[in-house]
Design a protein around this ligand. Structure first.
Ligand SMILES: *[C@@H]1O[C@H](CO)[C@@H](O)[C@H](O)[C@H]1NC(C)=O
Ligand SMILES: *[C@@H]1O[C@H](CO)[C@@H](O)[C@H](O)[C@H]1NC(C)=O
Length: 333
């Protein structure tokens, strides 16, 4: 009895640590809402649901404070509007937003910019800002924190079949030097991957079951390498791996920094479809893709519905209602 009790006490003590280390699925904490819980309540909600990883879109001091001591692994974004300044010097930014928290907050990656379009005026600043953040972290003995950027899937010009995936001719000059930087630093590329938008843009040709992971069998056999695809998510991720290989990034890992499905506001946006997609995604990423098996680190978009985003589907990606109740039942364990 005593031994059994000791074992169960031990399990209680180490259980949360194991959960954090194994949890492959994180959740993005977007804050474009005027009705959201406090940052401290949000961190508690992550913990009570066993969500071990978070992405935030700016260095919000209250969120960083609330994360102290939580053990939650964090992707911290450099917002787009800071890119220009960080392309000149990032030491102040790192000193204000990373260094003071580094002993109590588990920084997993710094994402320098989100979904910057190659044609955007900010695009020229992304790589210099990444390099400066890298230098500033190194100078403060924070060299172990990887520096990356989060791309939009539409940087790819060819996605079908997945083995033919490649960056578009307009994106390649932008992304290739960034991939060289990631490769030489051993950092992953972050990518926002939304089968939802691909489905909506091509709903004549794509069966919704292929997008929701509910196809009963193979839908696409890749004519290039024979790999078989039962869902669109895998096909999208594998076309990104192919695109990376095409520009010398075959050793660069992919982290899915956003994926989700809206529950309202547009085509195929229902609570049932959102719940189906999210549950299946959580299970699916444990095994990786046909091209690359093993866990695929993935962040669900998003924690809450955000009522200050543009009207339509953008307001309805939340897993939770603003009062903290789940929109549908999901398990992160
Ligand atoms: C960053 O800027 C790009 C345009 O370059 C835009 O598409 C994207 O939504 C922006 N991301 C954020 C978080 O503001
Ligand atoms: C999911 O979306 C499809 C396409 O709009 C729709 O036909 C279907 O009814 C939805 N399924 C559920 C369970 O809401």
């Amino acid at each position: 009895m005593a031994a059994a009790a000791a074992v169960s006490i031990l399990l209680v003590l180490i259980g949360p640590l194991i959960q954090t280390a194994d949890a492959q699925v994180g959740v993005c904490y977007g804050r474009n809402g005027n009705n959201l819980p406090s940052e401290q309540q949000v961190v508690s909600l992550y913990q009570s649901n066993g969500i071990g990883r978070m992405r935030i879109y700016d260095p919000d001091q209250a969120a960083l404070q609330a994360l102290k001591g939580s053990n939650i692994e964090l992707i911290l974004d450099v917002p787009n509007d800071s890119l220009q300044s960080l392309a000149t010097d990032a030491s102040q930014w790192v000193q204000s937003n990373v260094a003071p928290f580094a002993s109590d907050v588990n920084f997993r990656y710094i994402s320098v910019g989100n979904e910057v379009e190659p044609s955007d005026s900010n695009a020229q600043y992304v790589l210099p800002a990444m390099q400066n953040v890298r230098t500033a972290l190194n100078a403060l003995n924070l060299g172990e924190i990887p520096v990356s950027t989060a791309i939009k899937f539409d940087l790819l010009g060819t996605t079908y079949p997945p083995s033919a995936g490649s960056f578009s001719s307009s994106a390649a000059p932008y992304i290739t030097p960034i991939i060289n930087f990631l490769n030489s630093n051993g950092a992953p590329l972050l990518a926002n991957i939304y089968p939802y938008f691909s489905y909506v843009d091509n709903s004549q040709s794509i069966d919704i079951n292929y997008a929701l992971f509910t196809s009963p069998g193979t839908v696409v056999t890749d004519s290039g390498n024979g790999l078989q695809y039962q869902n669109l998510f895998d096909a999208m991720v594998d076309s990104l791996y192919a695109a990376l290989s095409g520009v010398g990034g075959q050793n660069v890992a992919v982290v899915v920094s956003e994926s989700g499905w809206p529950s309202d506001g547009g085509t195929a946006a229902t609570v049932d479809n959102a719940s189906t997609y999210i549950k299946n995604l959580i299970n699916h990423v444990k095994g990786g893709t046909p091209r690359k098996s093993g866990g695929l680190e993935t962040y669900l978009f998003a924690m809450f519905d955000e009522n200050q985003k543009p009207a339509g589907v953008e307001q309805h990606f939340g897993l939770f209602n603003p009062d903290g109740t789940p929109k549908y039942q999901i398990s992160f364990n």
